[in-house]
Design a protein around this ligand. Structure first.
Ligand code: FES
Ligand code: FES
Length: 387
């Protein structure tokens, strides 16, 4: 049964109550230890994954709605309590304190006991954004957008609240709020890019981690809206992993989006969407191709193989097994593209040396630097095939 909230709720503009949390290392740190950077607090059950790929589309859509903000998120990965957001040519690392017990003492201090809630605590330790609701209730996309827009252009009251003196009880032991010159104050009143990005991420998380997405339908509907309504859809049938898949799509839909958004095959990753990273590599009629650079309507009747089609039942493709054996990946974001290139390479005129393999795989980037393992895996499979 849901417990009743016994403390006043902590609203936007109020100082976030401090609390201790245990790190995996066993070192106990407090929320105020993280002062100087925005922090996301998530009161959620443990069965959600902030790096879910479908959140990227929500995040990017949310950010695009706010004028003057230009930040396209390429990927989210988790490293302990740190959430790493990769942008084109940039990255932001944000503490994300998740899986906080919704019925625990911390939830009680935040006034959200028995609820699912997300808070963004800004660099000064003040709540900059919040969303809370009964377990199972989905947020309203419009509500989240309004919150983002308010953050991008804060009202004088919100600005004043952000810089109001904190309750003595919550002043950190070692305050790390930077001292600002008078002339810097105006720009300081606006949220930093990091703060905005953090809030947009929290909003995107709120849209996708809530168990029931009923109220989030407006955003899904908008994402599905045709960009050019006057352009007629085309019916195209691809043979994906041996099965015919027919879809009605606009001619502008790339093969990558057709696979991910229309066929539900999300193993193929969108990295740069510009033909530069190789994350989207698939096989088209047996040859590797960057699916982000090709329109789906160009592939009527083509045989498409994605990473989901490499294994045979429960048996991994030898290249998949070799990647595991040789540690050919770390975060795994590039791995499906690497695997598709590596398996295509087996049928290509690639020279025998490691340098030849590196050259043949040079279109697939790995931000984790798993290259030695990838080359070893490919050479292992080639040697086995020769033997
Ligand atoms: S997504 Fe980067 S090359 Fe296609
Ligand atoms: S990008 Fe992480 S394993 Fe390649």
């Amino acid at each position: 049964m849901t417990k009743t909230t016994s403390r006043a709720r902590i609203d936007v503009g109020m100082p976030a109550p401090d609390f201790a949390l245990a790190e995996a290392s066993g070192r106990s740190i407090t929320l105020s230890d993280l002062r100087g950077q925005p922090v996301i607090l998530a009161f959620y059950p443990p069965d959600w994954d902030p790096s879910r790929a479908d959140q990227l589309a929500h995040f990017n859509w949310l950010v695009q709605q706010v004028p003057g903000v230009n930040a396209e998120l390429l990927g989210i990965s988790m490293d302990g309590m740190w959430c790493q957001l990769a942008f084109a040519g940039d990255s932001v690392r944000v503490p994300l304190l998740a899986d906080l017990d919704p019925n625990g003492a911390v939830a009680e201090r935040f006034g959200v006991q028995g609820e699912q809630a997300l808070f963004v605590v800004n660099a000064e330790g003040v709540v900059a954004w919040r969303h809370a609701g009964p377990a199972g209730m989905a947020p309203n996309a419009d509500e989240l957008l309004l919150a983002l827009e308010a953050l991008a252009t804060p009202t004088p009251e919100a600005q004043a609240a952000r810089f109001a003196p904190r309750d003595e009880q919550f002043v950190p032991v070692a305050p790390c709020v930077p001292v600002r010159e008078e002339t810097e104050l105006a720009s300081a009143l606006l949220p930093s890019r990091r703060e905005f990005v953090t809030t947009a991420l929290a909003a995107a998380l709120a849209l996708t981690v809530m168990p029931l997405a009923a109220k989030a339908e407006p955003i899904a509907a908008r994402l599905a809206e045709p960009l050019y309504p006057e352009v007629a859809s085309a019916s195209v049938t691809l043979r994906v992993n041996g099965r015919p898949v027919t879809m009605n799509i606009e001619p502008r839909v790339t093969l990558l989006d057709a696979l991910r958004e229309y066929s539900g095959l999300t193993g193929t990753k969108k990295g740069c969407d510009h033909g530069q990273c190789g994350a989207c590599t698939v096989h088209v009629n047996g040859r590797r191709q960057l699916s982000c650079l090709s329109f789906a309507v160009m592939h009527q009747g083509d045989e498409i193989t994605t990473v989901e089609g490499l294994a045979t039942g429960e048996t991994l493709h030898p290249m998949q097994a070799a990647f595991i054996k040789h540690d050919g990946f770390q975060c795994g974001y590039c791995t499906s593209g690497q695997l598709m290139s590596a398996t295509a390479l087996l049928a290509e005129p690639c020279g025998p040396s490691d340098a030849d393999v590196k050259e043949c795989m040079s279109g697939n980037l790995c931000r984790c630097g798993a290259y030695p393992g990838i080359v070893a895996a490919i050479q292992n499979v080639r040697a086995t095939a020769r033997g």
